[in-house]
Ligand binder design. Structure first.
Ligand code: G
Ligand code: G
Ligand code: MN
Ligand code: NA
Length: 254
């Protein structure tokens, strides 16, 4: 509970930051977008990992306001970079299950799009595969409504949940993000390689594009490229960066 109170304060005190990790075109290696990843810089405790505080924010309901804050900040930054560098960069924002339960979510996203001036086609909303349609009322309708705004949808952490093929068929996603647990084992475990290969092939046959996460070494890159994976994300290219550093990166590349 003490930490929850600190998290509540963190929002007010401006201790939350958005970091950005570039997403790279599998063919050209151009930066085609970035994923917004939240960070908490506590004045005494230092950097607190989202893996630790996001579950807390989810349980306490704080994720509603934090999620809206990061969505707005990310769209604002993306719009600024689009204008400054003339690049149609896609911005990926993670949505938590509790956000997806809010009947107001679609209105919130619509308002953020309007206020920031971002092209909604550049806003990609990431939904983790581990949520089940049954546990979130009207999930599919919500996702369709977000797409009607012009946004795209990614299934995040793909392969780690327990979705059926029927679920994947009905899930209105534009992109599938292969979880780093599989990518990590490229060149190590032929079973994981087979899963990556089959996932990419299935995604393409279902008209979904594929984003690979956790691309750390050339061997991962070569394999994913050979399989026609459209977008790559990982430490091989870049770690998540503060906004100012991401801006520098774009400036160098422009
Ligand atoms: O950036 P990092 O690998 O430390 O993130 C750890 C976890 O926190 C990941 O599962 C990621 O999806 C999640 N996460 C990071 N930023 C956000 C965010 O803005 N909203 C939500 N809901 N989850 C996030
Ligand atoms: O759950 P989600 O996919 O949203 O979270 C992505 C997380 O993966 C972020 O916390 C990010 O910091 C982390 N990440 C990004 N690239 C790599 C990588 O190449 N290797 C590892 N181990 N983690 C990564
Ligand atoms: Mn994600
Ligand atoms: Na993921």
């Amino acid at each position: 509970l003490a930490l929850e109170a600190k998290l509540r304060q963190a929002e007010k005190n401006g201790e939350l930051r958005v970091f950005y990790q570039p997403q790279i075109d599998g063919q050209t290696e151009d930066i085609v977008g970035m994923e917004a990843l939240i960070r908490w810089e506590h004045p005494e405790l230092g950097m607190i990992s989202p893996g630790f505080f996001i579950p807390l924010a989810e349980e306490s309901g704080l994720i509603i306001s934090i999620g809206e804050w990061i969505l707005r900040a990310a769209c604002h930054d993306a719009r600024r970079w689009q204008l400054r560098y003339g690049l149609p960069l896609r911005i990926g924002v993670n949505l938590s299950p509790l956000q997806l339960r809010q009947p107001s979510l679609v209105q919130v996203v619509a308002a953020v799009v309007r206020e920031t001036g971002i092209d909604p086609h550049l806003l990609d909303l990431e939904v983790t595969e581990s949520i089940s349609v049954k546990s979130i009322p009207n999930l599919l309708e919500t996702l369709h409504a977000l797409r009607d705004l012009g946004c795209s949808i990614s299934i995040d952490d793909f392969g780690t949940g327990q979705s059926s093929l029927d679920y994947i068929k009905r899930f209105p996603a534009d992109h599938i993000k292969i979880d780093q647990a599989f990518v990590r084992n490229i060149g190590v475990d032929p079973d994981d390689e087979a899963i990556v290969q089959a996932t990419i092939s299935m995604a393409h046959n279902l008209n979904r594009k594929v984003v690979a996460e956790g691309v750390e070494i050339e061997q991962h890159l070569d394999f994913l490229r050979a399989q026609g994976c459209e977008v790559l994300q990982g430490f091989l290219f870049c770690r998540p960066l503060p906004a100012a550093s991401f801006d520098n990166l774009l400036q160098e590349r422009a």
